[in-house]
Design a protein around this ligand. Structure first.
Ligand code: RBF
Length: 354
């Protein structure tokens, strides 16, 4: 073969390969665009920004589960869960760089400290949409917030704790003292949760009191154990907590001492049957799914803060779980249920008076 012929051959071969490739690419991109045209839904990317860790933290577990369930039912929705850890000073810079990537149609996050952070980030990235649960912010047209009516959940749990500490259940003393272990104090705790819980306690018995202690972080279970032991020394026989993973320390002590705990937000009876004797319910899975539905069909009212409680079907109590009836005395059960039935049917309204 002469050099000329060889060059011609290589040239023809190259043209052939090029045409082949082009055809292939065209057909691939044709398929993709027709696929998109056929399915009415384009891919949506959601960042679930967890300010802490998912495991052991009821509100975060629910937020993540609700998002994953929605994505399972809507395959065009892709969820990226990001656990930001417990250093609160780092949350804003972490979220800023995730938003800066421009990858996410929606950022879903939770807890009362997030509106301020998202509001700041929103000024730098005005195309980013945020949905924040367990939070309150009005007036930013890119941010939708839902605040759970924790006053209502607190009255319900306080009432039950008050009935238990004044009951004749095993290991209950005559001090009428209920312990409340907190990880951190913030306005929702001081303005709604503690006042609501005390209101509930006093509905059960005017002399019932709360011993409130603070762990100082959301993970130190041994500190929570220490606090629980010293509270028991002071006469506490019934507990509740808002302490994330640290609550494990309380549960362990309560179980060892044969005492009782009522829990916030999710159904926890089966975690320690007989020790966890009442669980409040925040229907955040339901809320997250309906927020996504509205966000993706264009009807979500960004800019508006909503408060969701009993009337909206978001705050409830897990009274139907057989472990509730089995774990408390029949007196406690009957008294609680006759009151709670009136709460559910609206005869008794739980409202903060201020
Ligand atoms: N709740 C948790 O269960 N785990 C947490 O790590 C956690 N971190 C929080 C951090 C801040 C700054 C604030 C304001 C609240 C936090 N919460 C946490 C509480 C949560 O948002 C909610 O108010 C309570 O769980 C009561 O439902």
């Amino acid at each position: 073969m002469t050099r000329k012929r060889l060059t011609l051959f290589i040239l023809l071969f190259a043209i052939f390969v090029l045409i082949g490739c082009t055809k292939d690419t065209t057909s691939k991109s044709d398929t993709t665009s027709s696929d998109i045209a056929e399915s009415t839904e384009t891919e949506k990317n959601v960042l679930v920004f967890i300010p802490g860790a998912v495991d052991g933290n009821p509100p975060y577990l629910n937020l993540n589960n609700g998002s994953l369930q929605y994505a399972e039912e809507h395959p065009n929705v892709k969820i990226k869960t990001y656990e930001a850890g417990f250093n609160q000073a780092e949350w804003e810079s972490q979220l800023t760089s995730l938003v800066a990537s421009g990858k996410y149609d929606i950022v879903l996050t939770t807890n009362p400290s997030l509106p301020e952070i998202c509001d700041d980030i929103s000024k730098k990235f005005p195309n980013q949409k945020f949905i924040i649960t367990d939070a309150y912010l009005n007036g930013n047209e890119n941010i939708k917030t839902y605040e759970y009516n924790q006053y209502q959940q607190s009255v319900i749990l306080g009432y039950l704790a008050g009935l238990i500490t004044t009951s004749d259940m095993k290991n209950i003393n005559s001090d009428k003292k209920v312990g409340f272990i907190l990880s951190q104090e913030y306005p929702l705790i001081t303005d709604d949760i503690i006042p609501g819980f005390k209101e509930g306690l006093q509905l059960a018995d005017e002399d019932a009191t709360a011993d409130v202690r603070i762990v100082g972080n959301w993970y130190d279970a041994s500190k929570a154990s220490e606090l629980a032991l010293s509270m028991i020394d002071g006469g506490v026989d019934t507990f509740t907590s808002i302490a994330g993973g640290a609550a494990e320390g309380l549960y362990k002590v309560a179980k060892e001492k044969g005492l009782y705990v009522v829990t916030y937000d999710i159904n926890s009876y089966s975690d320690i049957p007989g020790t966890i004797v009442g669980s409040g319910d925040i229907e955040s899975i339901k809320l997250v799914k309906s927020a996504f539905e509205e966000a993706f069909n264009g009807t979500l009212d960004y800019g508006n803060a909503e408060i969701v409680g009993i009337e909206e079907g978001i705050v409830d109590f897990y009274w139907e779980d057989p472990l509730f009836k089995q774990s408390v005395s029949s007196d406690v059960y009957d008294t609680f249920m006759s009151w709670y039935n009136q709460v559910k049917n609206g005869t008794i309204k739980i409202e903060k008076n201020n």
